[in-house]
Ligand binder design. Structure first.
Ligand code: KG4
Ligand code: ZN
Length: 342
């Protein structure tokens, strides 16, 4: 089966070609530089960039695969959730292609695709579903932080999510307070390498709560008060690195402990993680340590597949088609409020 997949839910325009479970090409055009001067994603600019970039990105994905649009057996696209107008660019283009080609359209839930990106691996990357295991999946990015129990392929249940800011949002907002450029997560990660994570103590929000929800807005506020009382820290390179390491340690401890606790409670033998924050070196290391201690298997999405990409959309779309799921109607809407159903 040959499938063209499109992702345009936020600030990455991506197209991928999947052939029989193999990611033959995965073209990604990132808008990070465009949004940098505003300190966050500006929806109108993102939409305009998607409109500009989608045709060349689709052409690139097809050319890399050595295929033409007429060779495709199906078209897939992110249907939601995400920035409404940004989603519409990719989803409407996919609808038009499916209509013209008279091929099935598969609308994909963005978060559901993140659940399966840790199972894409190898060179070339392919869906390794023969080793798939029930898991608790941590989806952690700038827009979402959630724990999902994936009981078996295509069957999942949301255990909890953030009640306010996402973990990536917390990284980005605290980094902005520290004066680091957007997106702050990777910059904090880099500075934290040479910092002492125990130098300053920040709260571990909801760590002791008996549920699988997260809250990160209080942590950002405590960094704000901390800097109000000790602004001189920003002038001292080593103490600034200590601050980055201490903030990161607080975020990572909550994510790791709550994820492992959920996996043990539901009896899942495996933990997976994806989303931009799953690139974080400390999170990857601490998850590995905690899983080893508890005898759990760990599947982390490849760093290139943690952030938004069309490969994960295409791999999930193919699994859905093979499982006999109904194609998406050609007059359906791209919907930011789309519910993730088990
Ligand atoms: O998945 P993604 O590309 O986009 C969505 O938000 O959907 O994730 C972007 C987020 C940003 O908040 C960014 O700061 C964070 O992922 N991020 C990181 C790292 N790399 C990206 N956060 C911490 N450490 C990193 N290494
Ligand atoms: Zn995402």
């Amino acid at each position: 089966m040959k499938l063209l997949a499109i992702e345009s839910s936020c600030d990455e325009t991506s197209a991928a070609v999947i052939v029989d479970g193999v990611v033959v090409s995965n073209a990604v055009s990132s808008q990070i530089k465009l949004h940098q001067e505003y300190g966050g994603v500006v929806p109108e600019l993102a939409t305009r960039e998607h409109l500009r970039n989608l045709p060349p990105v689709c052409r690139e994905a097809l050319a890399c695969a050595g295929l033409e649009i007429g060779d495709m057996d199906a078209i897939a696209a992110t249907q939601g959730p995400g920035l409404p107008a940004a989603l519409m660019v990719g989803f409407k283009a996919a609808q038009a292609m499916a209509f013209v080609l008279r091929k099935p359209l598969i609308g994909i839930h963005h978060h559901e695709a993140h659940l399966y990106s840790p199972w894409i691996a190898g060179d070339p990357p392919r869906g390794e579903f023969e080793v798939f295991q029930p898991s608790v999946s941590l989806i952690v990015s700038g827009g979402h932080t959630m724990l999902v129990h994936v009981e078996k392929e295509l069957t999942h249940r949301i255990l909890g999510s953030t009640v306010d800011d996402a973990a990536g949002e917390c990284f980005d907002k605290t980094a902005k307070l520290i004066g680091l450029p957007y997106p702050g997560g990777p910059e904090m990660d880099r500075l934290a390498v040479d910092g002492n994570p125990k130098a300053f103590r920040f709260p571990r929000p909801m760590l002791r709560d008996e549920n699988d929800n997260f809250s990160f807005s209080g942590l950002k506020t405590s960094v704000r008060y901390f800097l109000r009382d000790s602004p001189e820290i920003l002038e001292d390179g080593q103490r600034l690195r200590d601050l980055c390491a201490s903030v990161q340690a607080a975020i990572v401890e909550v994510l790791v402990k709550k994820t492992v606790r959920a996996a043990v409670r539901v009896g899942a033998p495996c933990i997976t993680a994806s989303g931009g924050v799953a690139c974080n070196s400390s999170l990857r290391r601490e998850l590995a340590k905690a899983c080893e201690k508890k005898g759990l298997k760990l599947r982390l999405a490849d760093a290139r597949l943690c952030t938004d990409n069309a490969a994960m959309i295409g791999i999930l779309a193919e699994r859905k088609l093979l499982a006999g799921c109904e194609p998406t109607s050609l007059d359906s809407e791209s919907s930011p409020g789309l519910r993730m159903v088990a």
